[in-house]
Design a protein around this ligand. Structure first.
Ligand SMILES: Nc1ncnc2c1ncn2[C@@H]1O[C@H](COP(=O)(O)OP(=O)(O)O)[C@@H](O)[C@H]1O
Ligand SMILES: [Mg+2]
Length: 281
């Protein structure tokens, strides 16, 4: 019997977080694959199954599970996407906003390095600050002057983060593109009237878009570079074309499926079956 399992975070409690795994299970079941949704646990290492769809971000368990199962996405891809600075580095050569890395500080209560603040300031004001680990727009900030730069840098001193050129043409809007199995299959423009961040969770409204050739070529190349089976890529609208803002290895597709009427879960399920059961579904 064909069987696999979908892993969610060990401490998941909200119904909302179960939408994604349930949709995937539904589409995998329709293809004749028995699929269980399970919370992350060391016990999974003793399980049977042909594959594991890993919707958690715990990289250590991902690497452990990958010793035994084909993981969707792969552990390395998840690790790179979860860390915005690692993503920036891995996408060297792709169009991206100019970026300056923070400096590791072991001790608490220090003032941020003046040379670091100078480098950040060279990006011009306002500038964007992002924690390396963050999502839903919550750990992304805009700073307008040296005072705010100093205050935020002091606050983030002991965390990894980055400074980034603010792409003002893209303020309050971006393009979310879904890539499955190497193909850009759906896109949604997100626009916010109230915030420079267009995340749906902060009030950004989604609108279905055709995936234009430029966005498709860029996003398919990005997914290939990062070895992703599935991802949602955020593109910014630069003056000279798209810039890669962020790559989400676990992008939620609920809103996008509703807005675009494209069955993302079915496309992902088909990709998984093609990969795992090479001789057909
Ligand atoms: N350099 C930038 N210039 C302009 N807007 C940006 C920039 N970086 C991020 N944004 C806006 O902030 C949003 C959140 O940033 P993102 O890097 O995607 O982090 P998150 O993981 O929280 O979604 C983006 O969708 C975009 O609207
Ligand atoms: Mg984003």
């Amino acid at each position: 019997m064909k069987q696999g399992f979908i892993v969610v975070n060990a401490y998941t409690s909200s119904e909302h977080e179960l939408n994604q795994p349930r949709r995937l299970k539904e589409e995998l079941t329709a293809l004749g694959v028995r699929t269980d949704i399970v919370k992350n646990s060391p016990k999974l290492l003793e399980r049977a199954g042909d594959f594991c769809v890993y919707l958690d971000k715990d990289k250590y368990m991902a690497y452990l599970l990958e010793r035994k199962f084909r993981l969707f996405n792969r552990a390395k891809s998840i690790e790179i996407c979860d860390d915005k600075m690692l993503t920036y580095l891995a996408l060297s050569g792709f169009p991206q906003p100019k970026t300056v890395s923070s400096l590791l500080c072991y001790t608490e209560g220090k003032a941020p390095s003046g040379e670091l603040l100078d480098a950040a300031e060279s990006l011009g004001y306002p500038l964007v600050v992002k924690e390396c680990f963050g999502s839903l727009g919550k750990q992304v900030y805009l700073v307008n002057n040296r005072e705010e730069l100093f205050a935020l840098s002091s606050q983030l001193l002991n965390k990894p983060y980055l400074y980034q050129e603010f792409i003002k043409e893209s303020a309050g809007r971006d393009l979310r593109v879904i890539v499955v199995g190497g193909k850009a299959i759906a896109a949604m423009k997100r626009t916010s009237q109230t915030d420079f961040r267009s995340n749906a969770e902060l009030g950004g409204k989604g609108e279905a878009m055709l995936v234009d050739e430029g966005a498709a070529n860029l996003c398919e190349a990005v997914a290939e570079r990062l070895g992703l089976d599935y991802c949602g890529i955020d593109l910014l609208y630069g003056t000279k074309g798209y810039l890669v803002c962020e790559v989400n290895s676990n992008a939620f597709f609920g809103t996008l499926e509703r807005v675009t009427k494209i069955n993302v879960a079915a496309a992902y399920a088909r990709h998984i079956c093609r990969e795992v059961y090479k001789n057909g579904i």
